[in-house]
Design a protein around this ligand. Structure first.
Ligand code: PLP
Length: 400
């Protein structure tokens, strides 16, 4: 029905503006509208029946957000015949939370690793366990242990993995875990934040669901918070994940989605440079007398190098290294860095350092973190896109 022209200031001020553009913008626009209008009730009925799909209300789906989620899903399966489905979430944490809550019920078991992104460990301990979920933490490089665990669990379970893991860069074999999980009818979720689809396509190795903190490499510029959930299983997305996201409401928004989209344009180029710089910095640090260990999956000496080679095409930007010395020496070293910033994030264009024991893993019990190499002298580095010689000299000068 054509809309009535109005005659009063109060009426004209509040009328929505509806442009009929005759040409299409070359680039994705920001569409902040909460709701989408229908020129007939019949169309509204059809749109509500076609969910997720047609746009009705931006918590359900949005014309800026949805294509960006689909771009991440397409990257995760590029080069294969698989089709993938994606949603964007408000943060990486909400992507993890929604995925687990959508796929598992209290009483069921989350099988995972003792060391994960600090927030994920805290999410399991402070939210899911008090709700009645069970947790089983294993070395997921050991398939015998995993099989014994899967046999023992009576109710449903899912396997939640992060590889390479924060901050000691341990890798677990995605394909072997997924093969075993299939045998026991268990889903595998992979946090692919560190690798990104450029370096590792976990869905192609058998994973059911991938979660991302797009805050990190996918956006890549440190100016947006976001997460993504991607699956190759349409039913999981449409019947479980999307409804949970819609009802909990931790959706993304058009502005953040638009920023994520800008970041993705250079993701492949950035990852290539991140991979090159990180490998060079890792080799440089490994040659230093004052360095005790360097954790980087691209180094031949790294215990999980063979696993990394089998499933990654590049080894990423993250490394950590342990200084010979005490807490005081480590803090002094970090404070002497001039190019690398001391900032608690990763995946940005510049190099960032962090002291896990006093920040991201502060709430992990000391005996547990030390068992996994997160000692007081461990420094985590997210290697940026700087000139590598300049970056090496920054890390060299800090030894002085
Ligand atoms: C940052 C991060 C998260 C959490 O993401 P947010 O966007 O901060 O909520 C989860 N997993 C990994 C590996 C991360 O680096």
């Amino acid at each position: 029905m054509p809309r009535k022209s109005v005659k009063h200031f109060e009426s004209l001020c509040v009328q929505p503006i509806r442009e009929n553009k005759t040409t299409m913008p070359h680039q994705l626009g920001i569409q902040p509208s909460s709701a989408f209008y229908f020129d007939s009730t019949q169309k509204s009925i059809e749109a509500f029946l076609n969910q997720p799909g047609s746009h009705v209300y931006s918590r359900y789906g949005n014309p800026t957000v949805d294509p960006v989620a689909q771009r991440i899903a397409d990257l995760e399966v590029l080069g294969s015949k698989l089709k993938a489905y994606g949603v964007l979430t408000s943060t990486g944490m909400s992507a993890i939370h929604i995925t687990i809550q959508a796929l598992l019920k209290p009483g069921d078991t989350i099988i995972s690793q003792s060391i994960l992104y600090g927030g994920t460990t805290e999410l399991f301990n402070k939210i899911f366990i008090p709700m009645g979920y069970k947790q089983m933490l294993l070395d997921l490089r050991d398939m015998n242990k995993l099989e014994i665990a899967l046999k023992k669990i009576k109710k449903r379970s899912l396997i939640y993995i992060e590889t390479p893991v924060n901050p000691n860069l341990t890798c677990v074999p995605i394909k072997a875990i997924c093969d075993l999980a299939k045998k026991y009818n268990t889903l595998v979720i992979v946090d692919n934040t560190f690798a990104t689809p450029i370096n590792q396509q976990a869905l192609l190795l058998g994973a059911d669901v991938i979660v991302h903190s797009t805050t990190k490499f996918i956006h890549g510029h440190g100016s947006s918070m976001g997460g993504a959930i991607v699956t190759k299983n349409k039913e999981l997305m449409h019947q479980y994940i999307w409804p949970a996201l819609k009802l909990v409401g931790s959706t993304s928004n058009s502005f953040d989605a638009w920023l994520i989209h800008l970041g993705i344009k250079t993701l492949a180029l950035r990852m290539q440079r991140h991979n090159e710089n990180a490998l060079q910095l890792a080799q440089f640090l490994a040659s230093k007398a004052k360095v005790k260990t360097v954790n980087y999956p691209g180094l031949l000496e790294h215990p999980d190098h063979p696993i990394a080679v089998s499933q990654m095409t590049g080894f990423g930007a993250l490394l950590s290294f342990e200084l010979k010395g005490k807490l005081k020496d480590t803090i002094q070293y970090m404070d002497r860095l001039r190019i690398a910033s001391n900032a608690p994030s990763l995946g940005e264009t510049d190099t960032m350092v962090l002291h896990p024991a006093s920040s991201s893993h502060l709430r992990v019990e000391k005996s547990v973190r030390e068992k996994y190499g997160i000692t007081d002298s461990l420094i985590r580095v997210s290697v940026g896109l700087e000139n590598i010689e300049e970056l090496k000299s920054d890390f060299e000068n800090a030894f002085a």
